[in-house]
Design a protein around this ligand. Structure first.
Ligand code: HEM
Ligand SMILES: *[C@@H]1O[C@H](CO)[C@@H](O)[C@H](O)[C@H]1NC(C)=O
Ligand SMILES: *[C@@H]1O[C@H](CO)[C@@H](O)[C@H](O)[C@H]1NC(C)=O
Length: 546
């Protein structure tokens, strides 16, 4: 503990210099940092709100002129540089390409294992990004469309069942099962069928995201409770075993394929697990993977490779389902709240997809039809602007400075956790004007594109560390909207929070039912559980239309 405080004072001494002349709220104390300021801001917001709503509130309350500022909230988190200025955000993730901050690894290790692709840096990251990239090629993604349509139809069936029972349910629970099923096919060519029956790996994942430093801001000791330590270990084992088994089965198959003519091997699907195995096999045969090898002995997979491959697949399962399911929930929510937008998206589907009954087959037969759904894409983009599922976290470096776009003044990054909260950037009135908080998909129409603020929209980030799965997420979201908005009428039901019976474990805690329950009147505010998710899983009523 003394060590901890000692290192804090050392860091604070360095940071204090920056904190005295760089932009930030007033009244920084050598001992308390800006903790008092955080405390006063937290009084006005619900206890569980995602921290990405805080920066704009600090700026407003303390009249900070710049759209970036320094904040010292140790011991809740490292001293931070908040960035919601488009130009400075571009410097951080693209021009300076700052590395991922070490807290990302502390968080991801529980979900994915050591050395995952989201939090790692340098050659290790590069290696895995290169291996996995072909799995996200446009031509490959389009081949996944029929499978995504099938999974979405099961989701629609679930909605019909809810409608028949007339019950209130947590939309995010059902949406998550859908996106997990999709990601299972994409990463492992595996039918997880989590929409139809419970699945041990998914259950482990769902529990694990609650046991990582989410509310670290509120409860720094949470990570040290023995029960949590045990559960994290057990969940990790469940996930590793499950994926390891699939990997081993694939390995046996892949080895068979290696004995076949090259032409046939190229036919293999580009699911993640095969890409990882291909990379491994070409490494093994010293770059001569194309040479046919017929192996008579049962093959052995290098243990280290096996571990690393499991980690990357766990990374995709995590990064690929959570974010997308929240986006779907919010898109349906914003459409309910904006009837003109709902009318317009339905009209687009009427014009391009034929009747409700025939639409699924039409999309399967001609996946490129999705490209015609311009307004649908705008709805998804606008949803991601107002309700971004993630953000960017980087680590500062010695001698690396950000530059104020107006004054040209430079400020240090060293010793700071550099945070680009997309929520704050996407709702910054200096960037988006008076309509910053208004849902208006038309701003993303092609004819309006030139009016979009440069570098001001980055839900998937930009630069080399941008989201590898963004095209997939956009395909999923469009398909699900195409198959739901004309068939159903959704209605959020935050007024009946106690009713939903399929209580997800996220919501069991009574702590969150106390105190303020809305953010400036918005009930469906985002909370942090792994990624930014709708509070309480978005309790919803659904009716069948037509
Ligand atoms: C709406 C859905 C999604 C959103 C909003 C989103 C957002 C993001 C953001 C902002 C980053 C950069 C984080 C940073 O800079 O610190 C990122 C990275 C990443 N995302 Fe996504 N994502 C989504 C869907 C997906 C999907 C479907 C997959 C996988 C199948 C995926 C896999 C990843 C991976 C592996 C990275 C790390 C890439 C790297 O560092 O090279 N994401 N995502
Ligand atoms: C999703 O919807 C169905 C209703 O058909 C329900 O029975 C199911 O338990 C829901 N939740 C999950 C987590 O699958
Ligand atoms: C986008 O363009 C359309 C017509 O071209 C216009 O009606 C609409 O108001 C524009 N929206 C924005 C936000 O510029």
């Amino acid at each position: 503990m003394l060590d901890f405080i000692g290192s804090h004072l050392a860091v604070t001494a360095v940071c204090a210099i920056a904190l005295t002349y760089a932009p930030g709220p007033p009244g920084h104390s050598m001992i308390w940092g800006h903790l008092k300021i955080m405390g006063s801001i937290m009084q006005d917001v619900p206890a569980r709100v995602h921290p990405h709503v805080i920066p704009l509130r600090i700026k407003e309350k303390y009249n900070i002129e710049t759209d970036y500022f320094y904040l010292d909230v140790w011991p809740l988190a490292d001293p931070m540089l908040h960035v919601f200025d488009p130009d400075v955000a571009q410097q951080v993730t693209v021009d300076l390409a700052l590395p991922k901050h070490s807290t990302m690894a502390d968080f991801m290790i529980h979900l994915a294992g050591p050395g995952d692709m989201v939090s790692s840096n340098g050659p290790h990251w590069k290696k895995w990004r290169t291996i996995m990239n072909p799995g996200f090629a446009a031509s490959h993604l389009i081949s996944l469309v029929p499978g995504i349509v099938d999974d979405s139809l099961i989701f629609c069936q679930r909605m019909v069942e809810h409608a028949e029972k007339g019950e209130i349910f947590r939309l995010e629970e059902n949406a998550t099962r859908l996106t997990v099923d999709i990601i299972g096919k994409v990463t492992m060519d595996l039918k997880l069928n989590t929409q139809s029956a419970p699945n041990e790996m998914v259950t482990a994942f769902r529990e694990q995201v609650q046991l990582v430093p989410n509310e670290g801001m509120l409860d720094p000791l949470a990570m040290w409770r023995p029960k949590g330590i045990y559960k994290r270990w057990r969940n990790g084992r469940v996930m590793n075993r499950y994926i390891g088994k699939v990997l081993d089965e694939r390995f046996a198959r892949a080895d068979n394929i290696a004995g076949r003519p090259v032409g046939e091997r190229k036919q293999r699907k580009r699911v993640m697990i095969d890409l990882a195995l291909d990379a491994y096999q070409s490494q093994q045969s010293g770059g001569e993977a194309e040479k046919a090898q017929v192996n008579t002995n049962p093959p052995q997979m290098d243990a280290e490779f096996r571990r690393a491959a499991i980690t990357q697949i766990r990374t995709f399962v995590f990064a690929g389902h959570d974010t997308t399911s929240s986006t779907i929930c919010y898109a349906l929510y914003m459409l309910q709240k904006n009837p003109e937008c709902m009318a317009r998206i339905r009209q687009e589907h009427d014009e391009n997809l034929g009747g409700v009954e025939s639409a699924p087959q039409l999309i399967k037969d001609d996946p490129h039809i999705l490209k015609k759904l311009d307004y649908t894409m705008c709805v998804v983009r606008e949803t991601l602007r107002l309700w971004p599922a993630a953000g960017a976290v980087r680590g500062g470096l010695p001698g690396v400075m950000i530059r104020d776009p107006k004054t040209g003044e430079s400020y240090p990054t060293e010793n700071f956790l550099v945070w680009v909260p997309h929520y704050a950037l996407h709702r910054n009135p200096n960037v988006w004007g008076d309509s910053a908080n208004t849902f208006d998909p038309s701003r993303f129409l092609a004819q309006n594109e030139s009016k979009l603020p440069e570098n001001g929209y980055r839900p998937f980030e930009k630069g080399q560390r941008n989201c590898i799965g963004q095209e997939l997420a956009l395909i999923e979201a469009r398909i699900i909207l195409a198959l739901t908005v004309r068939s159903f009428e959704f209605q959020a039901a935050y007024d009946s929070l106690d009713e939903p019976k399929d209580d997800g474990s996220y919501y069991a805690d009574e702590r969150w039912r106390k105190g303020k329950q809305d953010l400036d009147g918005e009930e469906a505010y985002q909370i942090l559980v792994g990624s930014a998710k709708p509070r309480e899983g978005m309790p919803t009523r659904v009716k069948v239309r037509l």
